[in-house]
Ligand binder design. Structure first.
Ligand code: SF4
Length: 309
C-alpha cells in the first residue's frame, strides 16, 4: 500500500521573504541605476538566487561585505533580508550608490531592541549561528554583544555586569532558546530575556513538534520531508525539530531530485513541509510526485522563472 502523504501547514515564503522578493520585483521594473548588485543572497535558497540572476541581478557572495562595497563604484546595491552592519550601509551611501535595504522588519526590530538595551548599559548575550549574516550584523552593533551558539557555550562566558540581556537570531530553534534561557538564568540570575524567534519560524516549529509527537504515538513508520536550502537556518531547525520530537526518519531536500526514492515505499505516512525561503512551486512538485505512489527516481522540471510563485 502507498504511504499517506500529508502536507504540514504553514509552509512556503514567510512575510519577510515575500516582502524582500517584492522589493526586488519593484526594483527590476523601476529602471534603477545599473549595475544592480546584491550583497549576499537575498534569502537562503539557491533557486531564488537563480531566479534573481536570470533577472540580471549580480550576486556578490563572500563573508567580507565591506570589501564588496569597496569594489563597487556605481549602480545599485541591495542589502539582504538578514540585515546589515550599519557602518557598511553608510559606506555605500557615502559612495553615492543607490541603496535598497530589504532587511526583514522582524530583524530590524530585534536589532532596535539590542540598541535600546545597550543604551541602558546592558551587556547582550546573543544566541546565533557563527557567520550567519543576521548574526554578523547583530555582532557589529557593539562589542558588548556576546555570541553563543548553544547552552554549552554559556560556561565560557565571562560577563561582569549587573545588567545582562539575552536575545537571539530570529530563525533559531525556540526549543534551544528555552534551554539557553534556563542555563543563562542559572549563571546570571539578573538576565532579562528577549526571545526574538520570529513568528514564522516559531509557528512552524510548534506545529512540527505537535505532529512529531503524534507520529510517535501512532506506532506508524513515518518520514518527515523538509524542503529547503541546506544553508537556510530556519529550514535546518525545522528538520532538527522533526527528528528531535518524533525519533523517526527525517530528510532535508532542496528539490525533487534529492528525495530518497528507494526508501519512500517503506513508510506508512510521509509528512511534507518547507522552510520560510522555499518557493511553494518546489514543494508542490514534490507533493504531486509523492501522490502518484510510483517512486521511480525523477528529476525536477522547474526552471528559474517558476521559482517566484
Ligand atoms: S524567517 Fe522570520 S525573520 Fe526571517 S525573513 Fe521570515 S519573517 Fe523575517
Amino acid at each position: 500500500m502507498s504511504p499517506k502523504i500529508i502536507k504540514i501547514e504553514p509552509q512556503g515564503f514567510c512575510f519577510g521573504v515575500l516582502r524582500a522578493l517584492r522589493m526586488m520585483q519593484d526594483l527590476a521594473i523601476s529602471n534603477p541605476p545599473k549595475p544592480c548588485y546584491l550583497v549576499g543572497n537575498l534569502v537562503h535558497n539557491r533557486f531564488v538566487k537563480q531566479f534573481l540572476e536570470h533577472q540580471g541581478f549580480i550576486i556578490e557572495e563572500g563573508l567580507d561585505k565591506e570589501a564588496i562595497i569597496d569594489m563597487i563604484n556605481e549602480g545599485t546595491v541591495v542589502f539582504t533580508a538578514h540585515g546589515i552592519d550599519e557602518k557598511i550601509k553608510e559606506k555605500a551611501i557615502n559612495k553615492g550608490l543607490n541603496i535598497v535595504d530589504t532587511t526583514c522588519p522582524f530583524v530590524t526590530k530585534s536589532f532596535s531592541m539590542i540598541k535600546e538595551y545597550l543604551a541602558q548599559g546592558y551587556e547582550i548575550i546573543y544566541l546565533g549561528k557563527t557567520t550567519h549574516p543576521e548574526t554578523d550584523a547583530a555582532l557589529s552593533i557593539s562589542p558588548k554583544v556576546h555570541l553563543i551558539e548553544s547552552a554549552t557555550d554559556i560556561d565560557n562566558l565571562v560577563i561582569d555586569s549587573p545588567k545582562i540581556a539575552l536575545t537571539n537570531q530570529t530563525t533559531m530553534s525556540k526549543f534551544d532558546m528555552e534551554m539557553v534561557e534556563k542555563a543563562v538564568i542559572e549563571k546570571y540570575p539578573q538576565t532579562v530575556i528577549m526571545d526574538k524567534v520570529c513568528y514564522a519560524t516559531k509557528i512552524r516549529q510548534e506545529v512540527m513538534r505537535k505532529i512529531a509527537g503524534e507520529a510517535t504515538e501512532s506506532g506508524e513508520k513515518v518520514l518527515f520531508i523538509v524542503v529547503g536550502d541546506t544553508t537556510s537556518n530556519n529550514t535546518h531547525k525545522l528538520w532538527e525539530t522533526s527528528k528531535r520530537f518524533s525519533g523517526q526518519d527525517a530528510c532535508l531536500v532542496e528539490n525533487l531530485d534529492d528525495l530518497p526514492f528507494e526508501a519512500l515505499s517503506q513508510y506508512d505516512t510521509i509528512y511534507l513541509t518547507s522552510g520560510t525561503s522555499t518557493p511553494n512551486v518546489i514543494v508542490e512538485e514534490i507533493y504531486r510526485y509523492l501522490l502518484t505512489g510510483n517512486f521511480e527516481p525523477q528529476k525536477s522540471v522547474l526552471s528559474p522563472f517558476d521559482y517566484y510563485r
